[in-house]
Each structure stands twice: as C-alpha cells, then as structure tokens.
Design a protein around this ligand. Structure first.
Ligand SMILES: [Zn+2]
Length: 454
C-alpha cells in the first residue's frame, strides 16, 4: 500500500486540540505525521490528495447500527452496510446484536468480523448481547464476548426488564471494562403506541407512546448503574425529561454517557404525520420541546455522541403497500380509519441513517448550533472513547489511519433509491443537505470516494 498525503485541508481533531490548515501523512496503516499546511513532503511514492476546501477529521465512528447480518439479507448485509457506512463518512460502526442468530456467543462475533474483513468498507465492531437470545433471562459470557472482539454490550431493540439481572450485568461489565448501552423503554407504557403521545397521535387516531416510557426507565437504570463501577450508556435519547435525568446524574459524577440520533435532533412528531412508517421508530419522534432539548444537549455537552441507530427494513416489514398511500410525505396524513390505526403498530420500527447522518450533523454546524470541532467530538472522539478505541477518534501520529475527508459545502438532495444500503426507509428523501463525505480512508486505504456533480 502506498503512503497517502492529504495536503492542505482543515484538520479538525478535538482530541489533539487541533483545528487549522495541516497536511496529514498516512503510511503503513497509521498516521505518520501531521504538520502545518504545505510543509509536509512525504515519501516519493506517496499518493498526494489536494484537500484544499475540505475538512479532514478522524474517521467518524457510529456506536449504534443494525446491519441485520446474520439473518435478514433482504434488509441489509455486513457488505452493504459497511459500504453504506463508508459512503456516509464512517470508518467504523458498532453493530448491534439483534441478528439471527443473536450475537450472544463468540463464534457469532468472529463470523461477523470475518465478513467485515472481506467487505472492504468501514470497520465493524461487534456489540455483544447482554442476555442470551435477547430474552432477558440469562447473561452472556462477558469475558468471552470481549475476547472475541465485542467492545460494548447491549440488548438494543429490547429493554432489559429484570432490574436484578441488569444489576448483575453491570457488575460483569465492570469486570471487562466496557459499557452497557441501554434501550430505555418500559413496554407496558409503550403498549400499541405508534408515535409520541401528543397532538399528532390524537389527530391521527393512533395510540401514543408517553414520555414516561423512556424517562421512567432511565431513572431506574441510572439508579441501578450508580454503584456498579461499570459505565452506563443511554442509547438514542429522545425526551427532555430523560435528558434532564442524565444531566442530573452527570452532575453527581455518575459514569454515564448518552447518544442522540439524527432523526431525534432534526425532526419532531409532525414528521410522523407526513411519513408514517418511514418516520416510525423506537423511541419515537417526540414533541417540539423535546427536539429543542436534544439540540441543546448536543451543543452544551450533555449529549456525548451522535449515533445513527441505522435500522434498515424492507418495505414489506414497514407495510408500505397498505400505509404508503395514507402518508403522502409532503403533507400530513388524514385521520386514520380505526382498522388502519390499530394495524400501524405492526409496521416495523426504525429508519436508515448511515448515508444521511453527516449531512444532518453538518446542518447543525451550518446553522451555528455547534461548531465543527464539537461535531468531530460527537462523531469521532467521543464514540472512540465509549468503545475504548484508543488509536481511533484522533489523528495524532501513531493512530490508525482512519480518516474522514468531508466536503462541507457540497450541496445534494437525499435520494433513497441511490443509497448503498439495501433499505430505503427514511423520512429524509428529497431533503436538501449541504456537506457530505468526500473521501473515506480506513487503515490507510481509500474505501470511498465521492463522484458528485457540482
Ligand atoms: Zn434501541
């Protein structure tokens, strides 16, 4: 592999305290040097890429994706998912365990890593289940899963209802030093809910999911985690009430982090009224005041990272044949007939996110809610810290040569039919975005390069 010299871009590396014009040299899979722009010569055989006008970030890391492999190739595979990740600017993704079979045994984790090594896209980090089969009854072998490559534990998709079992899980997680990522949902409160319990649910005539379904579980789990010695990570936080609890725990010095998904910092439940199944996820899009709280948390540090919760689904799982015509996308749906309202709960939860996350995060930057360095912390440095990837999330010499080169001003329109992901379930189709991945580099090798019509 030839050395790679990225010349004259704006390097944004908050872990190294750098934001300015620099050259970056990658050699032998590692960052070899970072020096003021125009000063680095590099070896004679280096490939030189002019990065004028571009941003050079530590490779973006998504701590929460669903790649559906093994088990659901009609939705996504490790191959398609890791290519979609690279196209979205990500150099590593943490793949949740709700596959079939569930990733609750070392041989499953090793199988996923072998497929990922052959895929040639972003890196894959297996997330181990907390409980066997995600059944919430028996804990996995934490040490064996960590030895097989897991760097996070989660039953995501399913909450862990048994408080005593969760307490024991934290004690095991403390033994291996990795965090437990928590899907905070009290299913008794969710019931048959399709969207946030608010004016939109009432107008459409569908059952709603109250704020308490999330907040009550966050309160319980923060109490359980408090004296465990293990880090707790709150996945896809969606409510102002939940975030307030996380803020209070952090103020007490608790070992807790949390993430927000692009859909939760961009949309409120009005989008559900327009897009129906393509804006249906767990937790749901919330009220306008929740959206404002999530945005404030991203800006002031209460929220530690952006994670997509990329959740690909085929149109049959989303019941698009039935519900697509009822949700026109460009305007709100009419109130649903009682039979439709009841059946909508059966449409699968989740939206794809890998190929839109960066553009949506850059919206926050362009709108001056966060600066570029904060975005790099939310999408690279902090996810690396959560997953304890000491040689990622930064571009200091010696770090892995995982780099996201970004064109912050590239204007484009989200076209789901062009996604490299196998699935199209997104409420962002047709949205105009500014900024996208230009070049994605993993281990010193270019795994994605944009061909964009300017
Ligand atoms: Zn979840």
């Amino acid at each position: 592999m030839r050395p790679l010299l990225l010349r004259g871009g704006r390097v944004i590396d908050p872990a190294a305290g750098i934001d300015g014009r620099y050259d970056v040299l990658a050699n032998d899979g590692k960052i070899a040097a970072v020096a003021p722009g125009g000063t680095l010569a590099g070896p004679e055989d280096a490939d030189i890429i002019d990065c004028a006008g571009l941003w050079i970030l530590p490779g973006l890391i998504d701590a929460h994706v669903h790649l559906r492999d093994p088990g659901f190739p009609e939705k996504e595979t490790i191959l398609s998912g890791l290519r979609a990740a690279a196209a979205g600017g990500f150099t590593a993704v943490a793949a949740m365990a709700n596959t079939n079979p569930v990733n609750d045994a070392p041989e499953i984790a090793r199988h996923m890593l072998a497929l990922a090594a052959a895929a040639g896209g972003a890196r894959l980090i297996p997330v181990s289940a907390v409980t066997r089969g995600l059944a919430g009854r028996e804990l996995v072998d934490f040490a064996a899963m960590a030895a097989a490559g897991a760097r996070l534990f989660s039953d995501d998709g399913m909450p862990i209802d048994d408080a005593a079992l969760l307490r024991e899980a934290f004690s095991r997680a403390a033994g291996v030093g990795f965090a437990i990522s928590l899907h905070e949902e009290d299913r008794a409160l969710t019931g048959q809910g399709c969207c946030h319990a608010g004016a939109v649910a009432i107008r459409l005539g569908v059952a709603g999911i109250p704020t308490a379904a999330e907040a009550a579980r966050i309160r319980r789990d923060l109490a359980i985690a408090a004296d465990s010695g293990a880090p707790a990570h709150i996945a896809h936080i969606s409510t102002a009430a939940g975030l307030k609890l996380v803020r209070a725990a952090k103020a007490r010095g608790a070992n807790v982090t949390c993430e927000a998904a692009p859909h939760h910092f961009t949309l409120d439940d009005a989008a559900f009224a327009r897009h129906g199944p393509n804006a249906k996820m767990a937790p749901p899009l919330r009220a306008a005041e929740d959206l404002a709280a999530i945005r404030a948390g991203l800006a002031d540090g209460a929220i530690d990272l952006i994670a997509t919760d990329h959740a690909p689904h085929d149109s049959a799982s989303k019941r698009m044949a039935r519900f697509g015509p009822l949700f026109p996308g460009d305007r709100e749906a009419a109130p649903l007939a009682p039979g439709d309202a009841a059946a909508l709960a059966g449409a699968a939860n989740g939206v794809v996110g890998l190929e839109t996350a960066l553009g949506l995060a850059l919206e926050l930057v362009h709108n001056r809610l966060i600066d570029a360095s904060r975005m790099a912390a939310l999408m690279a440095a902090n996810p690396a810290r959560l997953l304890r990837l000491e040689r990622q999330g930064t571009l200091i010499p010696g770090a892995l040569a995982d780099v996201s080169v970004i064109d912050p001003d590239a204007a484009w329109t989200v076209a789901p039919e062009k996604f490299l992901s196998k699935s199209r379930n997104t409420p962002f189709g047709g949205r105009r975005l500014k900024g996208a991945a230009a070049i994605t580099i993993v281990n010193g090798r270019i795994v994605y390069r944009a061909h964009r019509d300017k």
